[in-house]
Ligand binder design. Structure first.
Ligand SMILES: [Zn+2]
Length: 60
């Protein structure tokens, strides 16, 4: 299982409705919570979903 670190900045395939696609990981585990770096909204994704939607990890 791939490890994701808290505070890592990630880019998702789809933009958030606010226009941003740059997020910070704020919680890891079975579910992964990411926070939009523009509007600060947080969303919770299952790990499978997260990996499906993830484009790349920018910064560890
Ligand atoms: Zn946003």
């Amino acid at each position: 299982m791939k490890e994701y670190k808290l505070g890592s900045v990630v880019i998702m395939k789809k933009n958030h409705p606010c226009g941003e696609n740059n997020w910070t990981i704020v919680r890891t585990g079975v579910d992964i919570k990411i926070k939009c770096n523009k509007c600060n909204r947080e969303i919770m994704l299952s790990r499978v979903d997260f990996e499906k939607k993830l484009k790349k990890v920018v910064e560890y």
